[in-house]
Design a protein around this ligand. Structure first.
Ligand SMILES: Nc1nc2c(ncn2[C@@H]2O[C@H](COP(=O)(O)OP(=O)(O)OP(=O)(O)O)[C@@H](O)[C@H]2O)c(=O)[nH]1
Ligand SMILES: [Mg+2]
Length: 235
C-alpha cells in the first residue's frame, strides 16, 4: 500500500524544509511526497529540487500554467494516482497542518473512504487564531453543511486523506474550482458518490511565516461558489 502526500505550495520558502523534515522524521514506509508548486517567485520549488537529489521519494510538480490552489491540488491528485498511490493525503505547506497526525489518518482510513482532519470536533482546535477568523471559519463551515447537506463538522479543512478509489471515482477532470474552493467541491463529489466520510481531530496552527492569501474576495467567491454547486452541481 503506497501512501502519497500531496502538498500544494505557493511562496512557502520559509516553511517547506521544516515540513519535509518533519514528514521524514515520522519514518513511515512506502511513502512518497509530492510538492505541487506553481512556480513560486520565492523559489520554493528550488528547495524541493535540491532535496530531491538525496531523497528518491520526494517529487516536484512545478506548474507553469495558470496558478491556483485548486488547479494545483487536482494536478497533485492525478500525479499521486499515476505513481500508484492507494492512500492519498493532502495537506498545506505552511506548517498549519502538523505531520504528526499522519499516522492517525492512516489508522482511521482503514474504516472509511475519506478522512477529514477536523478542528471542530472533540480534541481538535486552532492555535494562534484570531477571534474573527475563528468565527468566519465556523460560519463558513455551517453555511456549507446546511447548503450542501454535508454531515461533518469541518468541511473546509484542507488536511485530508482519501482512498485512491475515491479520487478515481470523483472524476478529477471535470472539477471546476481553480482556487481554495476545490476542497468543498471534492467533498461534494465524495458525498454524491456515497463514500464513507469520517473525521479525526487536528489542532490547526495559524500560519507563522509567509503571507496569508485569505481576503474578503476569497470569502465572497466561496459564498457564491457554494450556491452554484447547490443549484448547478455539474458532472
Ligand atoms: N500550488 C499552489 N499552492 C497554493 C496556491 N495558493 C495557496 N497554495 C498553497 O495551499 C496551501 C493553503 O493555502 P494558504 O495560503 O495557507 O491558505 P489558508 O490556510 O486558507 O490561509 P493562510 O494560511 O492565512 O494563508 C498552502 O500550502 C499554500 O502555499 C496556488 O495558487 N498554487
Ligand atoms: Mg494556511
Amino acid at each position: 500500500m503506497k501512501t502519497v502526500i500531496v502538498i500544494p505550495t505557493y511562496n512557502e520558502r520559509g516553511n517547506i524544509s521544516t515540513l519535509l523534515d518533519r514528514i521524514d522524521s515520522l519514518g513511515l514506509e512506502s511513502l512518497e511526497v509530492v510538492v505541487v508548486d506553481d512556480n513560486s517567485p520565492d523559489r520554493t520549488w528550488g528547495i524541493v529540487k535540491n532535496r530531491m537529489r538525496e531523497d528518491a521519494h520526494l517529487h516536484l510538480l512545478r506548474r507553469m500554467e495558470a496558478r491556483g490552489r485548486g488547479l494545483a491540488g487536482v494536478a497533485g491528485f492525478k500525479y499521486a494516482l499515476d505513481i500508484g498511490g492507494s492512500i492519498i493525503i493532502e495537506m498545506d505547506g505552511d506548517l498549519s497542518h502538523d505531520p504528526s497526525y499522519i499516522p492517525d489518518f492512516l489508522k482511521a482510513i482503514e474504516r472509511f473512504d475519506v478522512i477529514l482532519g477536523s478542528r471542530f470536533i472533540k480534541g481538535g482546535g486552532a492555535q494562534r487564531r484570531s477571534f474573527l477568523r475563528e468565527v468566519i471559519s465556523r460560519m463558513a463551515g455551517l453555511y456549507i453543511c446546511i447548503m450542501l447537506d454535508f454531515r461533518v463538522k469541518d468541511p473546509t479543512s484542507g488536511f485530508r486523506c482519501f482512498r485512491g478509489e475515491v479520487l478515481e471515482e470523483i472524476n478529477l477532470s471535470t472539477l471546476t474550482a481553480r482556487g481554495p474552493f476545490i476542497v468543498t467541491e471534492v467533498l461534494f463529489r465524495c458525498y454524491r458518490e456515497g463514500f464513507r466520510i469520517g473525521e479525526i481531530p487536528i489542532v490547526f496552527r495559524e500560519r507563522f511565516r509567509g503571507r496569508s492569501k485569505l481576503g474578503f474576495g476569497v470569502l465572497l467567491r466561496n459564498f457564491l461558489a457554494v450556491l452554484r454547486l447547490r443549484f448547478k452541481p455539474g458532472t
